[in-house]
Design a protein. Structure first.
Length: 141
């Protein structure tokens, strides 16, 4: 039988929030922006950022694409409500479709991969653009 180590979640949370706070202090930023997908990674980062910087200094950006599930948007909004961080919803379907219209890949499997890459790049560009306008640092998992 494998015995797993006991994890002290309070200590880990303190360690991570102190790290985030110190890195922001060193970088000269007070605000954070992050992509909020409704998944576990973005939820954890949102909670830690809100604890480290204060919810008023954190903005979660929801960036649904036409294939995004309703439940992931609902889950993301639950995190917003729970943490009281700021949020914005930026629908990216039109931007992705515009870029994707230039896709010359003929293989359907590869076409799906390139679409996924375009979606990720549009989301990152959205975060970077928002961070520049708000003098915030992009935070991610």
């Amino acid at each position: 039988m494998i015995v797993l180590p006991t994890i002290n979640y309070k200590n880990i949370t303190l360690l991570l929030t102190d790290f985030i706070r110190n890195e922001f202090r060193k970088s000269g930023f007070e605000k954070a922006v992050l992509g909020l997908s409704g998944g576990i990674d973005s939820a954890v980062v949102t909670v830690l950022a809100a604890k480290a910087l204060g919810p008023e200094n954190v903005t979660g950006i929801l960036m649904p694409y036409k294939s995004s599930s309703r439940s992931s948007i609902e889950d993301a909004m639950k995190i917003v409500e729970m943490t009281e961080v700021n949020h914005k919803i930026v629908e990216i379907t039109e931007a992705v479709n515009s870029i994707e219209s230039f896709n010359m890949v003929q293989n359907n499997r590869l076409k799906a991969v390139t679409l996924g890459n375009v979606v990720a790049k549009v989301r990152m560009s959205t975060l970077v653009d928002f961070s520049s306008s708000e003098k915030a640092l992009v935070l991610g998992a």
